[in-house]
Design a protein around this ligand. Structure first.
Ligand SMILES: Nc1nc2c(c(=O)[nH]1)N[C@H]1C(S)=C(S)[C@@H](COP(=O)(O)OP(=O)(O)OC[C@H]3O[C@@H](n4cnc5c(=O)[nH]c(N)nc54)[C@H](O)[C@@H]3O)O[C@H]1N2
Ligand SMILES: Nc1nc2c(c(=O)[nH]1)N[C@H]1C(S)=C(S)[C@@H](COP(=O)(O)OP(=O)(O)OC[C@H]3O[C@@H](n4cnc5c(=O)[nH]c(N)nc54)[C@H](O)[C@@H]3O)O[C@H]1N2
Ligand code: SF4
Ligand SMILES: [Mo]
Length: 588
């Protein structure tokens, strides 16, 4: 067995020949990325360690980076790691090194933490519906979710059901649904209030919640969401009559009022009597996996936590001097990515990257170490949707070094041998999964096993939001593309063009925010006025600047998720150019 480790709801499981298995809920099919994994595995790989553009052996690279590390104050050393590979030994366990050293950590907020925190305020955890609950529904609401692209197996389970999509544009998912409602960006919390107001005519609602929603008039909700009262009544009718399961897209957590929107929508599920089984956001924290133990934070604390929204800002201010990156491509993904590029080029930030592929961040780095892919190493993989824990056994010859091997090499060179760093990684996994109902022995024997959810069942309607902030109206929002996972798969599907879809402008020019401007092609499409849309895997503009040069340092109130879907546009300048500019991005 082998599970796809990418940051994806589905976590498909394959057999030894890399054919998707047919078990529920995987259904025996996969996506355009899964179909090209074997081919991609040989493309664009980092083959040897590299120091300042020169190939070296591993020992030399480790000695070099450790020398630099020792020169830097530990409170100026940050590790940036995210979900390029969801394996317990790839993402989590190697963080032990940096936590033992007391380096700076990020808050891991880039994707979903806002919703995790918001849902936990009412339900104790964000754990929601399981695949088997999907199969038992009459209707679905895909709210801020491009599920037909981002979550194809969840979408598949909804195929014969009544489907509603709530988005800010006619997405693929909207197009394929029975009914869609297009609202203004970041107005979701107001829509949820409107729905709750209407449901209060039919269902018994807690007084605190009733008092809260009564603070908003229907006229105000109509004007902020852009929907008519009749349309809001229709959605409330669907909730009261069809009792749908709501798929809460991660996109919502990246909007203004995002945490408030997510928790208010989850309260609709409570009102109609479905509780936590009426929504799905992410089930990561319902399995009982001890991530703190894996990362070593049960014993060692980082010296500081920097929000992923603010890494670029701290780099610009000179507060971070050494960055160790694995399993992430921050030049693509983090706000203020241009600040990171500038700092490395100017020599103010020393960058080390451990990646199997020549990511944009690897191309920029002072030191690059080749990593093994998920097809080349042993690991244990969980899903943020389904219940299976998978033991990945390699099906390709190993290239590069694994994260655990690199962690041990660096610790050896530093001369530290804390128990946390010397503990056998499989013992650590066995302990970390003790509450899941699955043991490592069982996993190794069978390849995969079903976890038993492990969480405290509780519910509280309070605390309710204090206030909602009316959103601005000229905003850039993002969505996933079927052929890429975040920045990955350009080896197969090519670099994406820098295109911004919108309702007004056509041609080349600049999109401007308070943080910067990027040169793009504007393409007029069927979008509401004021909504600008880009695929989130579009990396660089036509002059080599990362798209995230535009993002602000603003973050969510509860989980700190950067407000990427609330990127305020202050101007557009159409400026055609005859001669081709030098593409700086090529030299990255
Ligand atoms: N094919 C593919 N699948 C993926 C990924 C990928 O890159 N490609 N990425 C994976 C990752 S990391 C994640 S986080 C998930 C994300 O998956 P989703 O949660 O589906 O999120 P997005 O694709 O970012 O955006 C979903 C929709 O939100 C809409 N949207 C933007 N702003 C608003 C708003 O204010 N209100 C409402 N109602 N809608 C809004 C966008 O128009 C978009 O259609 O997908 C995962 N799956
Ligand atoms: N503007 C804008 N920015 C966004 C978003 C948006 O919607 N708009 N979405 C955000 C979201 S939801 C997310 S999740 C982030 C994702 O941001 P990133 O974490 O940057 O995600 P990826 O592009 O998937 O990059 C993962 C990297 O991990 C590497 N990798 C894969 N497997 C392994 C492995 O086994 N070992 C090691 N060492 N490395 C490996 C890949 O080659 C790749 O370079 O981006 C965020 N950034
Ligand atoms: S990216 Fe998602 S849908 Fe595609 S193979 Fe991996 S887990 Fe399956
Ligand atoms: Mo994500």
């Amino acid at each position: 067995m082998i599970a796809c480790t990418r940051d994806c709801y589905d976590t498909c499981v394959f057999d030894q020949n890399y054919r998707p298995i047919r078990d529920f809920p995987f259904n025996g099919f996969t996506c355009s990325r899964g179909n090209s994994d074997l081919k991609r595995n040989d493309l664009n790989r980092v083959n040897n360690p590299v120091i300042e553009g020169k190939e070296v052996d591993l020992k030399t690279a480790v000695t070099y980076l450790v020398k630099e590390l020792k020169k830097t104050k530990i409170s100026e050393v940050i590790h940036v790691d995210y979900d390029g590979n969801q394996g317990l030994l790839t993402w989590y366990f190697p963080a032990r090194l940096w936590n033992v050293l007391g380096a700076v950590t990020t808050d891991y907020s880039i994707c979903s933490s806002e919703g995790h925190k918001a849902l936990s305020m009412h339900y104790g955890t964000s754990f929601g519906a399981l695949p088997e609950d999907f199969a038992n529904q009459k209707a679905f609401v895909f709210w801020g979710s491009e599920a037909s692209v981002s979550f194809i197996h969840g979408w598949f389970l909804a195929k014969d059901k009544y489907k509603v999509t709530i988005d800010v544009r006619i997405s693929e998912t909207a197009r394929k649904s029975d009914r869609y409602f297009i609202i203004k960006p970041s107005s979701d919390a107001y829509l949820a209030v409107g729905i709750i107001k209407l449901l209060s005519k039919k269902f018994k609602i807690d007084d605190n919640l009733l008092n809260f929603v009564e603070r908003f008039s229907m006229d105000q909700i109509v004007s902020i969401t852009g929907l008519s009262e009749g349309e809001i009544e229709e959605i409330a009718g669907i909730y009261s009559e069809m009792s749908p399961l709501t798929v809460l897209g991660f996109a919502l957590g990246r909007t203004l009022n995002g945490g408030e929107a997510i928790r208010l929508i989850s309260l609709i599920s409570h009102i109609i009597g479905k509780g936590r089984k009426g929504f799905f956001y992410s089930n990561t924290y319902g399995w009982g996996i001890d991530f703190d133990y894996l990362r070593g934070t049960h014993e060692h604390s980082p010296s500081r936590v920097v929000g992923m929204a603010e890494v670029g800002k701290e780099v610009e201010e000179g507060k971070l001097k050494f960055m160790f990156v694995w399993n992430s491509n921050p030049i693509h993904s983090l706000p203020g990515a241009d600040r990171i590029v500038d700092a490395v080029r100017e020599g103010g930030l020393f960058l080390v990257v451990h990646d199997p592929f020549w990511s944009e961040t690897a191309k920029l780095a002072n030191v690059v170490i080749p990593a093994s892919t998920f097809l080349e190493k042993h690991d244990v993989v969980y899903s943020y949707w389904h219940q299976f824990l998978v033991y990945n056994a390699p099906i390709r010859q190993p290239k590069g070094v694994t994260e655990v091997e690199l962690m041990r090499e660096i610790s050896k060179e530093l001369g530290i041998n804390e128990r946390c760093l010397t503990e056998d990684e499989w013992d650590a996994i066995d302990y970390a999964i003790r509450n899941t109902g699955v043991t490592l022995t069982q996993l190794k024997e069978k390849g995969l096993a079903k976890m038993i959810p492990h969480y405290l069942e509780k519910f509280s309607i309070t605390p309710l939001p204090e206030k909602l902030i009316p959103p601005e109206e000229k905003l850039l929002v993002y969505g996933g593309h079927p052929n890429y996972t975040n920045s990955q798969f350009k080896e197969i599907y090519g670099d994406r063009e820098a295109v911004i879809y919108n309702s007004e402008y056509e041609g080349e020019g600049y999109l401007i925010t308070e943080k910067g401007e990027v040169r793009v092609t504007f393409r007029k499409g069927n979008l509401p006025k004021g909504v600008f849309f880009a695929y989130k895997n579009f990396l660089f503009d036509k002059e080599g600047r990362p798209i995230n040069s535009l993002s602000s340092w603003e973050k969510g109130k509860y989980g700190g998720t950067p407000l990427l879907n609330y990127t305020k546009i202050i101007g557009v300048r159409i400026e055609e150019r005859k001669e081709e500019p030098k593409i700086v991005g090529d030299s990255l």
